[in-house]
Write a protein that binds this ligand. Structure first.
Ligand code: WTA
Length: 660
């Protein structure tokens, strides 16, 4: 277990801003405590109250939580609901049809505004088109799309007809796309001719063609192609159709398909410590509830806010805080196609100024990269821009180092905007531990306290809560509405991964270590306790990268570990044994490039190892187990001081330490 021996971050507390609290939805620590007490007193009734207040039900539920098949918990199951109705129709019916739902800024800077009425019409037309293509309630639809209005429309259109979407991030390879299509058994794929990011076009359709040609995707009957750039594509007759063609004649009315609250809204594949990525299955009602409640309370979203979450719809953050949360509340948000460094590293600051963004949510990696750019190029420094529209900042995806937090607070927030450091996971659906900005003082590096109704705790291996100030395992002791329902097609793996027998099968094991501050009880996440790496806020399984490496004909064996990196949080470091003699010098450099590209081809560019070291062998115990602990030390460039007497081949450590 890593992370358990770390000490708590000293509590340099920034008190709650009185002016922020004055108008906040949750405006004091007392208000927060009262909500926690309500949940404590009757957990199921608390969530039922919120489900009635935040969501519109076609048929009300009669039971809140069903624990009869724990850990396969169910929420609001006999209630009927539609996510798209809750995100669109009800706002239009309430007179918000002309309110801007999405301000889309393209890679080249072109801005388009879409109102709630327009969004509803577009979603309905695509929903009708999907039905015309034979998609039915419960079918899976894979989306391999750029960050776009069409991406959000496609997700909402699936939700409207009760189809389960599974978005695959546009940076994943043909092989990864194929694996996800096959596992999901998807009947239809929606993609685009090309994706534009930072002035560069990525041929999504061509990659999708390759994915389908790899085999195993026989379930796919149709491919709908969104024309983004007009780049050349090969349309397969009988299979491929243009989005503009199939939607052209469709009606702008499409009655929502009412589904049980438990109906799977989406699958999202994410990395675990073993095996292939797993399809995390989310529900409709419980998921949407938490998306809405957290958007309102954590981000303090108000009707006149301009909200901007920079995450791509290929990740869970882009699901909950782009495609669902802000729309469920009738908010106005930015959808951005490009990257923070194009045309220069002031893109975010320029956009905040231009669109008068009031709530800004991004990843620590982006902040660190922009700090570096601002420090070396005065013209992209945020001080050149008017960021006075901002009132709240947020971060997600990985720990934020206190220095980056302070910079974000001072340079972007002008010392006036609270920062919500939100801890959560693909599996949790929404925020789990996060400041509520009108209620909690802030400590850089701490995600503060659990969201009201989330029973998070730090425990030892037996499930006993450890005293504050002592590290342990992060668990959630009670089910919550937006929790993962199962791993698609693999309920055993769900149970084993998240509800291990160690804690009587009753606690959700997050997979992270945590420690609570001895005085405030504030949580700090100390990092994954399994073989999952977090590179630039993206989750990567070491096993997946190892499998990709050994699929190269020259590779005999590979071990992958993470090492700290100033910019990306963690960097991927691979130790490789070839089927032939260990390469050195120029040959090693050439082979490292080849292997990096191979991993890029197998999984996607985000999985490319930063370091590759070649050895004659790997450090192993006499029983043949690779000593990853030692590899982590070597990856950091430190010398091994631990006892190596159990090693079969201690001399290998010197060789691996030298080879760079
Ligand atoms: C890490 C992203 C520290 C953590 C929403 C978790 C964080 C994994 C934070 C989930 C945070 C996420 N502070 N660590 N605020 N937020 N993490 O599934 O290790 O892509 O388990 O979900 O990211 O990553 P995922």
């Amino acid at each position: 277990m890593t992370g358990s021996n770390q000490t708590a971050i000293p509590s340099t507390l920034y008190p709650v801003s009185a002016s922020f609290a004055a108008t906040a939805h949750i405006s004091s620590r007392e208000a927060y405590d009262a909500l926690c007490a309500e949940a404590q007193q009757d957990h199921a009734a608390y969530w039922a109250r919120l489900a009635r207040e935040f969501l519109t039900w076609q048929k009300p539920f009669t039971q809140s939580l069903d624990e009869s098949q724990a850990p396969f918990y169910k929420w609001f199951e006999d209630g009927h609901i539609n996510a798209s109705y809750n995100c669109l129709d009800r706002h239009v019916q309430a007179g918000l049809g002309d309110k801007v739902a999405i301000i889309f800024e393209a890679d080249d800077g072109k801005v388009t505004r879409i109102t709630y009425s327009e969004l509803l019409a577009r979603v309905s037309r695509l929903a009708n088109a999907l039905k015309a293509q034979g998609v039915k309630k419960g079918d899976r639809v894979v989306l391999y799309l750029p960050m776009s209005v069409e991406g959000v429309v496609a997700m909402q259109a699936c939700a409207r007809i009760g189809a389960t979407h599974s978005v695959v991030f546009g940076g994943f390879s043909a092989q990864s796309l194929r694996d996800r299509i096959e596992d999901a058994g998807a009947v239809l794929l929606i993609t685009a001719d090309e994706q534009l990011r930072g002035g560069k076009a990525l041929p999504l359709k061509a990659i999708a063609d390759d994915a389908l040609a790899l085999g195993g995707c026989d379930s796919i009957r149709k491919v709908i192609v969104f024309k983004r750039t007009g780049g050349a594509v090969n349309m397969v007759a009988g299979r491929d159709v243009w989005l503009h063609d199939v939607t052209a004649a469709q009606s702008e009315q499409c009655a929502p398909e009412w589904v049980s609250a438990e109906h799977p809204l989406f699958l999202l594949y994410t990395s675990g410590s073993t095996g292939k990525p797993k399809g995390v299955q989310h529900s409709t009602g419980g998921y949407l509830l938490h998306a809405a409640v957290t958007t309102k309370w954590t981000f303090d979203l108000k009707p006149d806010d301009v909200f901007w979450c920079t995450a791509d719809i290929g990740w869970v953050t882009g699901h909950t805080y782009v495609a669902y949360g802000p729309l469920a509340l009738g908010g106005t948000q930015i959808v951005f196609e490009g990257v923070p460094t194009y045309p220069d590293a002031a893109r975010f600051w320029r956009m905040i100024e231009a669109h008068k963004v009031s709530i800004f949510y991004t990843a620590p990696t982006a902040i660190r990269a922009l700090i570096k750019a601002a420090e070396s190029h005065a013209e992209v420094h945020p001080r050149n821009f008017d960021l006075s529209s901002l009132r709240l900042l947020g971060t997600v995806g990985e720990p934020i180092n206190p220095a980056a937090w302070e910079w974000y607070f001072k340079e972007i927030g002008g010392g006036r905007c609270p920062i919500v450091d939100t801890f959560w996971q693909t599996e949790t659906g929404g925020h789990m531990i996060t400041p509520l900005p009108g209620a909690h003082g802030l400590t850089p590096g701490s995600c503060t306290l659990p969201f009201p109704g989330i029973d998070a705790a730090v425990v030892d291996e037996t499930g006993k809560e450890v005293p504050w100030g002592q590290g342990g395992l992060l668990v959630v002791r009670k089910p919550w509405p937006s929790m993962i329902r199962t791993i698609w097609g693999d309920p055993d793996r769900f149970q084993k991964s998240y509800y291990p027998p160690d804690f009587g099968g009753k606690y959700y094991l997050a997979g992270d270590g945590a420690i609570r501050d001895a005085e405030t009880g504030y949580f700090t996440i100390t990092g994954r306790i399994d073989d999952v790496l977090n590179v630039s806020g993206h989750r990567m399984g070491t096993m997946e990268i190892e499998s990709a490496l050994v699929s190269h004909p020259l590779v005999a064996e590979a071990a992958v570990v993470g090492r700290p990196d100033d910019l990306t949080g963690e960097a991927i470091c691979a130790f490789v044994v070839l089927k032939r003699t260990r390469p050195t010098g120029e040959e090693a450099k050439k082979l490292a490039i080849e292997l990096r590209n191979h991993v890029g081809h197998e999984i996607g560019p985000i999985a490319k190892p930063k370091d590759i070291r070649f050895g004659d062998n790997l450090p192993k115990t006499r029983s043949g187990k690779i000593m990853r602990r030692l590899l982590r030390v070597i990856a950091k460039g430190e010398s091994v001081t631990q006892d190596t007497s159990t090693l079969e081949n201690p001399a290998i450590l010197d060789q691996l330490s030298e080879s760079n």
